[in-house]
Design a protein around this ligand. Sequence first.
Ligand code: NAD
Length: 482
Amino acid sequence: MPDVKSAARGLYINGGWHPSRSGRLIEVVDPSTGAVLAEVPDATVEDAHACVEAASAAASVWRATAPRKRSEILHRCFELMIERQDMLATLISMENGKALRDARSEVAYAAEFFRWNAEEAVRITGEFGIAPSGTNRIIVDYQPMGVCLLITPWNFPAAMATRKIAPALAAGCTVILKPASETPLTAFALAALYEEAGVPPGVVNVVTTSAPGPLTAEILADPRVRKLSFTGSTGVGRLLLAEAAKHVISCSMELGGNAPFVVFDDADLDAALDGAMIAKMRNAGEACTAANRFYVQSGIYDAFAHGLASRMSALKVGSGVEPETECGPMITRKAVEKIDRLVSESKARGARVLCGGEALSGNGFFYPPTVMTGVPDDAEMAHEEIFGPVAPLYRFETEDEAIDRANNTEYGLAAYVYTRDLARGLRVSSGIEAGMIALNRGLVSDPAAPFGGVKQSGLGREGGQHHGIAEFMEAKYIATSF
Ligand code: NAD
């Protein structure tokens, strides 16, 4: 079992554990029961200043540390995470509620960012060329940006943090991580693990707060902070972009999604249903890449709807840490109320519920797997992230119509397409406005591929061969002649 007390022992600043200067605490709640699991410090702006101080003091030594050495430390982080996969997965399940099997997959995915970036750390190269005029040479050197503020959401407490920390450290940056206050225990447990792996004091600092706006504004106002990497909702992303603009800070933004899942008549029905279950139900629908709108062509619509309802209604709903659970609780009661409101609005406008459709009573925050047909295109759930186990189906007739309706959203993160016709699959993939397309697959995320969105789903990419590290480096051009 994870040591919850140890994970909640303090703010992690300059390699030490500290209480908040306010003495206040934030309760961490177990979404499966509603009970308080632990309390973590509620940081003040002075605590935030201490983090910047520590990250700044560590920056010059870390950027000068040999890439091979940085790579070995990152690789050790990967190994320790895999060795402790069960413990970390249980901790994630306890504070986030996700089913243990999803939490285990998250730990493996999160650890992979360390392995991948350990491999990338020693392959950062520059450029050298002759200016077209022939008068001078052009040298391009890639340098670490410096101190970075990383802000992460609660839905992947490990992976959203390592997807930023690993490339930042590989590039030679130092960081301050502000995890979501719903799920801080994983972030603290991982900080202890990084220390054990050899990450020097001050290179990673972790701070929790109940007032993220003022605290992060204070950090961004410090001229030593040169990078903001945020994962979370589009609304908060907009606020942070405005805050960062005041100081012209480089921003990477991984924001909300509204993924279409398009199934053509010629799709392999079983494969599409398997993919739909992954795209919708990984993390019980609490994923930015979650399929939010199912566009299904007329000829296969009824078979797909019934197949999906039969698979969804067979899922075992329960406490995240129970090994047989397939759909855990939502993160908060408020999240359940939002899902309930979206479903009720669609029902009132004529949508039909094939399974689920009403919040479950009890102490935990449970919503059952739900399938709905006949949802109108202007329903609220067609334009907002449902962020729960609800699959709304929309019927379509033609390929152009599917693309147009898929694109009828301000978001553009992920999309899913099922067809046996490869030319059509590539045509539709090209036409859909999204940063990532899963063609005949239910999963896109891969540390080796560039993850990110277009439109209001974000700016920049994480992971991938050079994309993730490039977000933490500046190009310095040197003109010289010889
Ligand atoms: P959120 O935007 O409410 O919070 C994200 C983080 O920002 C948390 O740490 C929170 O404490 C902090 N925050 C909140 N208000 C802030 C403020 N005013 N100033 C500074 N920080 C602030 O999002 P959430 O509810 O934690 O997570 C769910 C959202 O994250 C969804 O929209 C989901 O799509 C998105 N998400 C996106 C990706 C991606 O890679 N694109 C991945 C996971 C989640």
